[in-house]
Design a protein around this ligand. Sequence first.
Ligand SMILES: Cc1ncc(COP(=O)(O)O)c(C=O)c1O
Length: 408
Amino acid sequence: MKDILGKQIKKDFPIFKNNPDLIFLDSAASTQKPQVVIDAIKDCYEKYYANVHRGLYQLSAKSSEAYEGVRDKVVKFINASSISEIIFTKNTTESINLVAYAWGRQNIDKGDEIILTAMEHHANIVPWQQLAKEKSAVLKFIPVDKDYRLGISELSKLLTKKTKLVAVTHMSNVLGTINPVKDIINKAKSFNKDIKVIVDGAQSVPHFAVDVQDLNADFFAFSSHKMAGPGGVGVLYAKQELLEKMPPFLTGGDMITEVTLKQATWNELPYKFEAGTPAIAEVIGLGAAIDYLYKVGLDKVFQHEEELTKIALKKVSAIPGVEIFGPKQVKDRGGAVAFTVKDVHPHDVASILDNQGVAVRAGNHCTQPLHDKFGIQSTVRASFYLYNQPEDIDALVKGINKVKEVFK
Ligand SMILES: Cc1ncc(COP(=O)(O)O)c(C=O)c1O
């Protein structure tokens, strides 16, 4: 394998020092954290923690400055046009729910159509199901073809004058498929410029550079914990003109300008959508994660993972009885490799791998409809991030062979 990042990178992550035998292959669920992120959070609590936006004292000014500084970093990281378009949430799930509640309840009516895809995470299905039920709207799905890619030509058949929204994942957390979201957005908007598109970027932003303006996405959601940052923080990007028209999602402190006993007026963007005390130290940790990814270079992260995926596809698929669910080539594909081992339950595979120090995920990975389509309940998933090395894949292969031996 081309040595793009080098083995030294693992030293940035204390979890590997504290668990020297750990082979961690579950980064699609949540990634490990580099020391710089841990230090940034510790630093905040030890040196300048106070609530943001409220205090008139120096400590609060300092924490507010650090917190808002991260918003600037996010603007640059995904190329938004201003801080008004960046809302800190809890995670991708909350970001999507925010859109479903605030934009959806205002813009979706009886008979309107929402186009999703058959490979969405539950986080990008259930909020739309709830909205559709409430509003008597209709959900339609772009199918997944035999090569585990979206049948994009089907999109033209699904678009009608009732289509209001397209919701699509940038990269499947199971198949690894990277979807051509720019083309999808283009196609939807050429059909009708008023159609809005929300992109679930939970599995893209951590792994390759994203430019929301170039994509022309209306809404874009992602989570800090999947990109070397802490848990409890997510981001919703949305075009300012949409946020201005949307009512608030959660209400209470910080998101208001004036409150009387009878009514309230809303704060300016983006604060209108950030009710209550946010996850201050965690947002600051996200800022450190962004700095870290810049330092390593997202291009290198992607190339490194591409090399690992190439090896995994070759070595894992060569094991008799193993079936991979996802594109067999690395082109337009990320580092999530889902598979089954013939006649062995995925949970047993994961458990035997765990006995050998290999951490993988088994289950439906919050994509039950996708698994239903394959006629199976679950798969095993190995997923990679910048700290993984080719030896980790060798350990995975060795582990799968052990599984086969046990179940012979
Ligand atoms: C594609 C995709 N969307 C959404 C989510 C939900 O992310 P979170 O749990 O951080 O809200 C995940 C998490 O696995 C995911 O992989």
